[in-house]
Design a protein around this ligand. Structure first.
Ligand SMILES: O=C(O)[C@H](O)[C@@H](O)[C@H](O)[C@H](O)COP(=O)(O)O
Length: 242
């Protein structure tokens, strides 16, 4: 399902409202809301809106459990950190109990960080593959999502829930969740804005599946839904009515 919004602000507002609605639904259904946050820049405004009136009062923060889809292997205060971005935009401003925030430790050696994060996931969800109520994902201009980059070994990981990856021409490593975890989600929401994403969005949504070229095409939850929230600039090359 693809929803086109006039601009990033209206997309961010709709995403924040969806987050609040899903949180209320999950809490009513099973007493908690487990969400996987996206990194990068696109979700920042959504997180800010969730911390502000009126939405801040619509989310049962005491029942919310926060995880991340990926993190850069940088210190916690590094401006590139996805955990830092979400803390500053949202988590430092709403009453989620500290024990319900499960950051990826970007300052650990990468393999140790991936193992520690997988242990945190297992501690919370148990031995079964985690089923998140909501997964927020972005889309890179190269078709990546989370930190699942084209042609990376992590794309074929079917056992582990986390992996160490590295983006081409980027000196740092990254920790990412893997496709099996993403594909257990109840609801996956891709957030895509900006004219620079128009070409890749068209390829991901309209070209034949080539997940090693466009890892976002790996995301097809067997028992869940995928929604694409895109702005008009990113959607400009899509077939009408897609
Ligand atoms: O750590 C990251 O960078 C994200 O997890 C990554 O998958 C991001 O969602 C896309 O690269 C889009 O990034 P923008 O939202 O900044 O365009």
């Amino acid at each position: 399902m693809i929803e086109v919004f006039p601009d990033q602000e209206s997309l961010s507002r709709a995403t924040a409202e969806l987050f609040a609605a899903e949180a209320g639904r999950a809490e009513a259904a099973h007493g908690r809301f487990a969400v996987l946050l996206a990194g990068g820049e696109t979700p920042r405004r959504t997180y800010e809106l969730l911390a502000e009136e009126p939405l801040r009062h619509r989310v049962p923060w005491g029942r919310v459990h926060i995880f991340w889809g990926d993190e850069r292997c940088v210190p916690p205060e590094d401006p590139r950190s996805n955990v830092r971005m979400a803390r500053r935009a949202l988590l430092d401003r709403v009453p989620v109990p500290a024990g319900q925030i499960h950051p990826i430790a970007g300052d650990l050696p990468p393999r140790q960080a991936a193992a520690a994060y997988e242990a945190a996931l297992r501690a919370f969800f148990g031995p079964e593959l985690p089923r998140f109520d909501l997964v927020l994902l972005g889309l890179g201009a190269d078709g990546h999502t989370a930190s699942l980059f084209p042609c990376s070994l992590a794309l074929d990981e079917r056992e582990r829930w986390t992996a160490v990856t590295q983006r081409a021409n980027e000196e740092i490593k990254r920790i990412t969740v893997t496709a099996p975890l993403l594909n257990r989600a109840a609801l996956v929401v891709f957030l895509v804005t900006g004219a620079e994403k128009a070409a890749v969005l068209q390829e991901v949504l309209e070209s034949s599946p080539e997940p090693h070229r466009h890892p976002a095409q790996l995301v097809k939850p067997a028992h869940g839904a995928v929604r694409w929230l895109v702005d008009r600039a990113a959607a400009r090359l899509l077939r009408p009515g897609l």
